[in-house]
Ligand binder design. Structure first.
Ligand code: HEM
Ligand SMILES: *[C@@H]1O[C@H](CO)[C@@H](O)[C@H](O)[C@H]1NC(C)=O
Ligand SMILES: *[C@@H]1O[C@H](CO)[C@@H](O)[C@H](O)[C@H]1NC(C)=O
Ligand SMILES: *[C@@H]1O[C@H](CO)[C@@H](O)[C@H](O)[C@H]1NC(C)=O
Length: 596
């Protein structure tokens, strides 16, 4: 069976053999037809060293022509973050190591400070641009949208998990998926609030039960269950009941052994594993297939995911077929959406292809579920860390909604501090911290200094961009950029930094591929936060309940920046999350706690 690693090695070998054969033929024909005699050892040398020489010559030529093209366009080349080893392999190793055990973006601040906000990480002599400059991200996502795509490399890394869904396609395929999905998000859907309410109540009951038993809870796990149950219900009308499976106990508690493995848990676990694999592929850059020589790492988890989803999709297709047979569907009206229609109901009007349906649903689950659960997790972390923020947020909630009433759309619109609080959470902890686009043709990105020259980007070059680092830059957000302070979205700092330069804040991306679920995410997050603060008033991190290998490494204390203040371990696959959960305790609120 061909694994990604074997394919990679075989194609490398084939290229090497082809080059050798070519050189062999060349020396042979020189001798045979032109009767130029070449000593045997010389042709031997040519065969052995010919291939590396050809590669070296091609690299030298590319490098020369990039310089020339840059000059012709009045641009400069992107400064290189050069390693000490050939091909900057030490840089690759550093990135992989930090990815495994470091804080997000660890290792990247030093070169950025030295070389500026845009770098070329030329591992193995392949250009890999890296930027945290707002004007560059704006170009990639908006002003030069047509010249940047997710690209073949991204696609090939993600394909075994994401297929060709909206998240992982380009061009016409992307347009097809986006237009098929968009109408679902563009209407006021009251039913969402009913769904949120049911599952939020269930989550709160489960948490209360556990807390009353004296245990800490893994808040991230509860939110992942809440968003999974909500997402499955609104995506395909069938809640997977992961909250009903019960919450895990803290690390080392033998009650965990009695929790039976339920299908929703298995699905969620497999889904997370598959995402870990594709994230590692991204981090390993060009050599990722070498990590998967023995097997395609996504194969087993995806089997679990597919087995879970397929019956649900078949069910949706059957329902639609029956409706069509009964003449209950007007086919000219595909974009009309009924109040209680799920995304699956909507999609099966467009296609009955199980693979397309599965890709689409899975893409939206990846896009929408972990991101929202992460936002809620980071939000609670902030409330546990910053009591004055908790007090202010609670004050607004008690003022506008009170201790028991259900949140409405109109409330959300009026709750400025709530929104600023969510924004501040997304600023310091953006759930999608790193992303990538490939150039199609050659182009330039704007200068990073006044009067400076633009940067030359060759054709078919991969550009990594990071909102995570951009959101923490003091030159863009002010000297207090590393502090958690929602008021920066409300006071004079808003007019000083964000209003004149809106591209410094991009948790949802921008341009034609901006997050489809942005409003949905604000709504779901707001709904859950309001419920939580109505029911609970104290939040404390419980580091003892945290599995030992997920506690903050002692070495972090001496690192400058937020890393030294952090009390949880942020990690990332496609999205950012708390390593091994966020274990907390909460106090139940009494009814007249508006003064708390
Ligand atoms: C706080 C929560 C969320 C954050 C931070 C977030 C962030 C993002 C980002 C950064 C992208 C761009 C990815 C790229 O093009 O490379 C994106 C795309 C997308 N998001 Fe979200 N998202 C969130 C919630 C949601 C929710 C709840 C849904 C749906 C229910 C959703 C659906 C999508 C879809 C479908 C796309 C793909 C759009 C396209 O490529 O055309 N997102 N999101
Ligand atoms: C989210 O809430 C707003 C009101 O704040 C409402 O207008 C909008 O339709 C909701 N959007 C979604 C996708 O639920
Ligand atoms: C939060 O950020 C969004 C941009 O994503 C912006 O439209 C909104 O005005 C911000 N709200 C507040 C209160 O900061
Ligand atoms: C507060 O009081 C109301 C009515 O007395 C009750 O229905 C509600 O459950 C109470 N809420 C809490 C958080 O105890």
């Amino acid at each position: 069976m061909l694994t990604p690693g074997l394919l990679f090695l075989l194609s490398g070998l084939a290229r090497l053999l082809a080059a050798t054969a070519l050189i062999f033929c060349a020396t042979y024909s020189l001798e045979k037809f032109l009767e130029i005699s070449i000593p045997t050892n010389a042709s031997f040398v040519a065969v052995i060293f010919g291939t590396p020489a050809v590669i070296a010559a091609k690299l030298a030529w590319d490098s020369y022509s990039d310089k020339r093209r840059a000059r012709a366009l009045g641009a400069v080349e992107v400064p290189q973050w050069a390693g000490k080893w050939p091909g900057s392999l030490d840089v690759l190793l550093l990135v992989l190591k930090k990815f495994k055990s470091g804080y997000p973006a660890d290792g990247f601040w030093e070169p950025i400070e030295k070389l500026g906000p845009v770098l070329n990480i030329r591992v193995l002599w392949i250009n890999q641009i890296f930027t945290c400059q707002p004007e560059h991200i704006k170009a990639l996502l908006a002003t030069q949208f047509n010249n940047f795509e997710k690209g073949k490399v991204f696609h090939s890394r993600m394909e075994t998990v994401l297929g060709t869904g909206v998240f992982n396609s380009d061009g016409d395929m992307w347009k097809f998926h986006r237009s098929m999905t968009r109408p679902f998000f563009s209407r006021d859907r009251i039913t969402h609030f009913d769904i949120f309410e049911r599952h939020a109540d269930e989550a709160i009951t489960a948490m209360k039960d556990r807390l009353r038993g004296g245990y800490a809870i893994d808040f991230q796990d509860v939110m992942a269950r809440f968003t999974l149950d909500s997402a499955t219900e609104f995506l395909f009308g069938k809640c997977v009941h992961s909250l009903a499976a019960g919450l895990p106990y803290p690390h080392g508690d033998n009650l965990n052994a009695h929790r039976e493995s339920n299908p929703a848990d298995r699905f969620a676990k497999a889904f997370g594993e598959a995402q870990d694999v594709i994230a590692l592929r991204t981090r390993a850059m060009v050599v990722w297939p070498l990590l998967e020589i023995m097997k395609d790492g996504t194969k087993e988890p995806m089997k679990v995911v597919n087995e879970y989803l397929e019956p649900i999709l078949q069910d949706g297709i059957e329902r639609q077929k029956r409706a069509e047979e009964a003449g209950a569907v007007k086919s000219d009206n595909q974009d009309e959406i009924d109040e209680d229609e799920t995304l699956l109901d909507h999609l099966v009007k467009h296609t009955k292809d199980v693979t397309i349906l599965k890709d689409e649903i899975l893409n939206i689950m990846i896009a929408g579920r972990d991101t929202t659960a992460a936002t809620l997790t980071f939000a609670i972390y902030a409330l546990a860390m910053y009591p004055h923020v908790l007090k202010k947020l609670r004050g607004e909630i008690m003022d506008k909604v009170g201790p028991t009433r259900r949140l409405t759309y109109d409330d959300i619109r009026e709750m400025k501090y709530l929104r600023a609080f969510i924004n501040e959470t997304l600023r310091l902890f953006p759930p999608v911290p790193f992303n990538v686009r490939d150039s199609i043709g050659e182009t330039t990105l704007p200068p990073t200094t006044p009067g400076g020259k633009p940067f030359y980007i060759p054709a078919r070059t991969s550009v990594i961009y990071t909102d995570f680092m951009m959101h923490r830059r003091k030159d863009l957000w002010g000297p207090d950029a590393l502090e958690f302070d929602p008021d920066r979205f409300l006071d004079e700092r808003l007019h000083k930094y964000l209003t004149p330069n809106p591209f410094i804040f991009l948790p949802f991306n921008a341009g034609p591929r901006i997050c489809l679920g942005q409003q949905f995410a604000y709504n779901e997050t707001s709904f859950m936060l309001v419920k939580l603060l109505q029911k609970f008033d104290g939040f404390t991190l419980d580091e003892a309940a945290q599995p030992p290998d997920s506690r903050i490494p002692a070495s972090w204390v001496n690192v400058p920046g937020r890393q030294s203040m952090e009390r949880f371990f942020p990690k990332m696959h496609l999205t950012m999350y708390a390593h091994k959960g966020l274990w907390i305790k909460m106090n139940e609120a009494s009814n007249d706690s508006s003064a708390a």
